[in-house]
Design a protein around this ligand. Sequence first.
Ligand code: UDX
Length: 422
Amino acid sequence: MKISILGTGYVGAVTGACFVEIGNDVVFVDIDPAKLDMIRTGRSPIFEPGLDELLKKNLDRISATTDTGEAIRETDATFICVGTPSNLDGSIDLQYIEAASQTIGGELREKEGWHTVVMKSTVVSGTTTGIVRRRLEEASGKEAFRDFGLASNPEFLKEGSALTDVFSPDRIVIGAEDPRSRKVLETLYATFDCPKLVTAIPVAEMIKYVSNAFLATKISFANEIGNLCKTMGLDTAEVFAGVGLDARINPAFFRSGIGFGGSCFPKDVRALIAQALAAGVPPKILTSVVAVNEDQPLRLVTLLKKHLPDLKGKRIGLLGLAFKPDTDDIRESRAIPITEELLKEGASVIAYDPLAMESFGRLFPGISYAASAEDLVQVVDAVLLTTEWKEFETLDYTGKLVIDGRRVPKAAVGSIYEGVCW
Ligand code: UDX
C-alpha cells in the first residue's frame, strides 16, 4: 500500500516507520523541511530507540515532502498525525487538525479514485465525524464514505518503547463506518496477530481517551494509597504487588511516586474533563485524578523540608528531568513543578539528566546543570530523585540526604532516605 503520513512528530514518525517496515511505501509530509531532510537521510526527527535504524533500513521505500498534494496524489491513504495541544481551559485545540483536514480536502477535489483519510492523532470523540468530516467535504466538494474514506485508528504508543508497542500491540482499534475504509485498515494490519476491534469512529476515538484516563486513574489511585501507606509505615509497592495479582485488577501502572507526566496522560485527562463539563456531566473521578497528580510532586518538597526546614541558599540536586527514563521529553515532567517550588523556597537548584538537560535549560535557564550524576551528588545538600534512569541505580549516595520520588533502591543504602510513598 502507499501511505501518506501527515505530521512527522512522535506519532507520525513511529507510525510511518512501522508501515514502511511491514512492506508499504510511505510519504512523510510536514511543513518543516528540516524534519523531512532528517527523514530522507534515515534520521528520526524525534528521539526513540531503534527508530533511526528502522528508517535507514527502509530508505528506498520512504519519501518526504512539504507538498501535501503530491503525497495525496501518489498514495492510497493519508494518516493525520498532527499535534493536538490544549487550550487554556484544558479542552483540545483542534487548529492543526482542522488545517490538515482543509488541506487534504482541497487535494481530494482533484484526486481520482478512492482515498482513505485516517485519524491517528488523539482527538476527542466526535471530532472525526464532526469537524474533520465537515472540513474535508467543504474543501473537496465530495462526500465522506461515498467519494472518499474516513476512519479512526488510535495509537497506544509509550515513548521509549514505541517500536515494541507498535509491532506487538495488545489490540488494534479500527474505527470505520464504510466497508472500503475498513478494508484498507484491515489489509494494512493483516499480518498483526492481536485482537482487532472494528467500531464506529467516535467509539474508536473514545477508546483511546478512556484507556489513557484509566491508566492515569490507576497511577493517581496508587499515589493516594501510597501517601496513606507511607504514614502507616507500609511499603505501597508490596501492597500493590498483592493487589495486582487479582486478574481483574492487573499489576501494571500502579507504580506510586510523584505522578504522571508526558505528552498524553495530563493532556488527555484534561481534555476528557473539558468534554464532560461541556456535555453537562461534571466528572468527579477524573477531576480528582488531576488534583492528586498536581499535589504529588510537591510532596517531595514537603518531605525534603522535614529534614531541611529552611531551603534558602541550600543546594538541592534534581536527578532526572525527563518525564520518564529513555526519553529527552520534558513535557509535563514532574521535575517542572518541583523546580518551581524549590526556587520559590529560595533553594539553589542543580539538575542532571542524561538526555533532557538541553530542553529543561530552555525552560529554566537560571538553574545550574551538572556534568554528571556523580558530580551532582557530590556538591549538593540533598538529592531529589525525579526520574528513574538506570544510571541512577548504581550511584553512591552514602551520607547524603535523599528524597526519592521514583523508588531507586540503591539510593537508600548508607543515606538519610525518604521515599515519597514508602
Ligand atoms: C502513555 C500511554 O502509556 C500510551 O499508551 C499512550 O499512547 C500515550 O501515553 P507515555 O506518556 O509515553 O505513554 O508514557 P507512560 O510509560 O505511559 O508513562 C506516563 C507517565 O506516567 C510517566 O510520567 C510515568 O513516570 C508515569 N507512571 C507510569 C507512573 O507514575 N506510574 C506507573 O505505574 C506508570
